[in-house]
Design a protein around this ligand. Structure first.
Ligand code: ADP
Ligand code: AMP
Length: 240
């Protein structure tokens, strides 16, 4: 059988990698099948409005919203966590927490949600699920690890605006958020990390035609109208 497949592959000019992946049943598969579990990555600079838009999408599309930042803050505050100090320092310095920690937290959270929401409504029947993974993948190694081990993403929602707008929004949010990183020193560092580490991830997905870029400078309602249409398109394509 394998020899036969190799012969066909040769005719199609496919490399050995394609053949091995197609014929090797022992190759590890992601934990969740992307045909059933829809994963939308949500990216954009700090303060671009990711969380705000996700909140609205949850109501309209029965998503589960998992924010990488929120999961990391919860892990940081968990008394038995061995990563508390590492996470605290990364958040204050605006750097990326090592991918092993972040991917594992997301994988666990997705499993918990699927178990608890199973059958709760149309988006969650027969092993199906739908997730907004907010603030992730922020670095290329996370993207690769997550798609290989956990689930392939269907789309990156990419919210974009100027650093001037983001800075203004974050300083305003900082008046009430209580977040250790909503201050001018941390914000500047977060902008650098975003430019250097996260933009290449967005460029990678853009080349794969998996990005919906949305200008998040206008009002929340205006941004949401465009966002909602982009997500509706994903589900329309999935059912056809
Ligand atoms: P992110 O999750 O990308 O860090 P948030 O959704 O928390 O950003 O938004 C940052 C701040 O900006 C919040 O205080 C939020 O209320 C505000 N905000 C979000 N979107 C808009 C918008 N379109 N116009 C004005 N303010 C906004
Ligand atoms: P956020 O809540 O999305 O603004 O993220 C706050 C901080 O948490 C970031 O500045 C990082 O230090 C950390 N963080 C959030 N998401 C990730 C991620 N995907 N990978 C690593 N660190 C992250």
């Amino acid at each position: 059988m394998a020899a036969f497949v190799h012969k066909i592959a040769d005719k199609l000019h496919l490399g050995p990698h394609h053949v091995d992946a197609a014929t090797d049943a022992t190759q590890p598969k992601p934990l969740f099948d992307h045909e059933k579990v829809t994963v939308i990555f949500v990216l954009g600079g700090p303060g671009a409005g990711k969380g705000t838009q996700c909140e609205r999408l949850v109501n309209d599309f029965s998503f589960s919203h998992l924010s990488a930042g929120d999961l990391l803050r919860a892990e940081q505050d968990r008394p038995e966590s061995q990563y508390g100090q590492l996470i605290r320092t990364a958040i204050r310095e605006g750097t990326i927490v090592p991918m092993e920690v972040t991917v594992k937290l997301l994988e666990n959270a997705m499993g918990d949600v699927i178990a608890s929401k199973a059958g709760s409504d149309d988006g969650w029947k027969d092993g199906k699920g739908r997730f907004l993974i907010d603030g992730f993948p922020r670095k290329m190694d996370q993207a690769e690890k997550f798609e290989q081990d956990v689930c392939q993403g269907s789309l990156v929602l990419f919210f974009t605006t100027t650093e001037e707008v983001m800075l203004k929004r974050l300083l305003k949010r900082g008046e009430t958020s209580g977040r250790e990183d909503d201050n001018i020193e941390s914000i500047k560092k977060r902008f650098v990390t975003y430019r250097d580490q996260t933009m290449p991830v967005i460029e990678y997905y853009a080349k794969e035609d998996r990005v919906a870029e949305i200008d998040s400078s206008p009002s929340v309602d205006e941004v949401y109208a465009v966002t909602k249409a982009a997500i509706a398109k994903v589900f329309a394509e999935k059912t056809t």
